[in-house]
Design a protein around this ligand. Structure first.
Ligand code: IPE
Ligand code: IPE
Ligand code: MG
Length: 247
């Protein structure tokens, strides 16, 4: 039996630099092409009626890159958001951001805040940009906030389950369902500090294509493969109804 289409797809958009270098261009050209691919894949997600799409656009580790590349990425992101705002609104897309935006320049922060406000009532696709996002940082921050809340509250923490509830409420993705499918392009087969908590039972799909070459068709193929996977979440494929009712 086929799975229904994924409710939440998250993408590690990787390979812009190598794509450009393979064509004897500068890495920056690859990022420009990559932002066009992002636009195409958002359209494909809308066509497929996907509810949540998360795009990993800048990691907490990407600051290690040359300042010129980081500055270019910041400018490109700002331009992308400005250019896409009206269309996203028309397409009923709600935009959210996760990650620590504080180190970004004010003009980018303002654009991001504007688009989130402008689209906050949209009921179609929820498009989440992960910016200066890191999975470890998300967990650390949630644990820290939960511990602070627990210590400052007069009601004692009575169980791990209660702490888990408090901890999860402080995760950046707390209001977003866990990703069903995580796609990474460029042939690399690693998570690179992406969604470490919520990906516990995500299906992983690795495409050999560099992100600028990843097409709508490739996106649909990934969804198709997902639909043939068997998800068990630690259970069994065929649960025996008699035993289940005894449990
Ligand atoms: C992904 O492409 C974009 C970002 C990480 C911002 P890369 O820039 O990582 O491209 P490669 O992996 O070096 O080819
Ligand atoms: C992951 O790609 C981050 C983003 C796509 C934003 P990287 O290119 O930064 O990851 P590594 O360095 O190859 O693991
Ligand atoms: Mg990369």
């Amino acid at each position: 039996m086929k799975n229904i289409d994924p409710n939440h797809i998250a993408i590690i958009m990787d390979g812009n630099g190598r794509w450009a270098e393979s064509k004897k261009h500068s890495r920056l050209w690859g990022h420009i092409k990559g932002s066009q691919t992002a636009q195409d894949i958002v359209e494909a997600a809308i066509n497929k009626n996907i509810s949540y799409l998360t795009l990993f656009a800048f990691s907490t580790e990407n600051w290690k890159r040359p300042v010129s590349e980081v500055q270019f990425l910041i400018k490109l992101l700002e331009r992308h958001i400005k250019k896409r705002k009206a269309d996203l609104l028309k397409q009923n897309v709600r935009v959210l951001c996760v990650g620590d935006l504080t180190p970004f320049p004010d003009h980018l922060k303002n654009e991001l805040s504007d688009i989130q406000k402008a689209t906050s009532k949209c009921t179609g696709l929820t498009l989440i940009f992960a910016l200066n996002y890191g999975g470890k940082q998300e967990i650390l921050q949630a644990a820290f906030k939960a511990a602070q809340a627990a210590f400052s509250s007069s009601s004692k923490l009575t169980s791990k389950e209660k702490f888990l509830e408090l901890f999860e409420s402080h995760l950046e993705f707390s209001t977003i369902p866990d990703p069903d499918l995580i796609i990474r392009t460029s042939g690399e087969q690693r998570i690179s500090n992406f969604m470490l908590w919520s990906s516990a039972y995500s299906e992983l799909y690795f495409s050999p294509k560099f992100w600028p070459d990843f097409s709508k068709q490739d996106f649909f193929e990934a969804i198709n493969e997902y639909s043939c996977r068997q998800r068990r979440f630690g259970g069994l494929k065929h649960m025996d109804p008699i035993k289940e009712s005894l449990a």
